[in-house]
Design a protein around this ligand. Sequence first.
Ligand code: ZN
Ligand code: ZN
Length: 255
Amino acid sequence: MKKNQYLILAISMLLLMSCSDNETATTTTNEQGTVDITTVVQSSFSNDYTDGVTVEVSGDNITIRSTGLPDHKTPYWGVGHEMYEDFLGTNHANANTSMIAHNYAMTIPTNPIESSFKEETELGAVGMALNGAPIYNDYEGMGVLTEIAWSTFDATGAHPGPGEDYHYHCEGTYLTVDDNNLIGFLRDGFPVYGRKDEDESYPSDLDVNGGHVGTTADFSEEIYHYHVSSEEYSTSGLFVIKSGAYHGTKGTFTQ
Ligand SMILES: [Zn+2]
Ligand SMILES: [Zn+2]
């Protein structure tokens, strides 16, 4: 019995050691990407309506703070608000949530770099649109987006969740509609564009995470960037902004 316990102890120590060895090998160093995104971030983020976006550079990091409230019309402002508009089109019986201001802070590297480990995106904010509202992936609650979720989207492909946190899942009238707009940055610091590239063509070489390397209207040096999916999501008639994993290492997004 005692012998067995020693054996188990020895094996677990070995396992622990090999795990930490592994970790050292895959942990990203302080390597920097070749393209500095600072000036584009500083000039692109704004929210004239709620006056709620600030960009602060500190060392190798940029922190963007926002209330997360949109600067455009949506039913979620509530009837009577000057920015209220009714739902357009289809049945929105489930849309009974409201939205409130948050204290978001997303920290991204000034020089985003590819990570050897591609971490899957998760529930919650995976990035921030240029007006400070969070970008979510193709998941909601316990699973992928369903008709129940997308029936609550406004014309911009957004809705508030249970936390009254307004956020975008899909292409829509504010961010991008079948164009090459810069719409925001993901938590790894890489920019997200609409379905098209700068030359108005649809990219044909996107990787499994929806991105590729190339120049854009904002970056004359080649940089990895994501694109909104060009494939309709299920039967929604919508195009999801982000699915899959991050290309780089995820920074923090707090509220
Ligand atoms: Zn959602
Ligand atoms: Zn592209």
